[in-house]
Design a protein around this ligand. Structure first.
Ligand SMILES: [Zn+2]
Length: 168
């Protein structure tokens, strides 16, 4: 049976790699956890502390080995701006076009454009490109998703226990 990781014909065994069970050769088995050992150690509460760096090292090695990139690095996505409707409407009005003329000029239905300008319909990629070009505006922004974004405000932790007691 060929190894599922490197394709070499060799006696394989089952290992867990990133949560997936694979049949791999002894060489590739080093990159995973023994399948049976993993499932038994989950219940026995053995300390897995400090294993994170080992896993990270494994991922790095595996990435180099398999040539996969960007799977873990994609923290940024491109999204339509929040107030796209207003932006479109203002740009259209600045060009002196009413909704009819604008819809005609980009060959879209007036109803569709009205919904978009009311922020009720997010235009698809194709339409975004068309609108951006027609009005010379930008409707997309790069948003970095994931951790590290703390939205300030709403600090309700100022009230102490004493405040509650006084109110009684
Ligand atoms: Zn292999």
């Amino acid at each position: 049976m060929p190894c599922e990781m490197c394709g070499k014909s060799a006696p394989t065994r089952s290992v867990m790699i990133d949560g997936a069970k694979l049949e791999v050769c002894p060489e590739c088995a080093r990159f995973g956890d023994d399948y049976k050992a993993l499932s038994s150690s989950q219940s026995s509460g053995q300390s897995t502390g400090g294993s994170r760096t080992v896993i990270e090292q494994r991922l790095e090695r595996r990435e180099k080995r398999m040539g996969t990139k960007d799977v873990y690095a994609q923290a940024k996505t491109v999204e339509v701006i929040e107030n796209y409707g207003k932006t479109i409407r203002e740009a259209r009005e600045a060009k002196g076009m009413d909704l009819d003329a604008f819809s005609d000029s980009i060959r879209e239905k007036k109803g569709t454009m009205a919904k978009i300008e009311a922020n009720r319909l997010v235009p698809d990629d194709k339409l975004i490109k068309k609108i951006e070009k027609a009005l010379d505006i930008k409707l997309l922004e790069t948003v970095s998703s994931g951790a590290g974004q703390s939205t300030g405000g709403g600090s309700s932790g100022k009230m102490t226990l004493g405040d509650f007691i006084k109110k009684k």
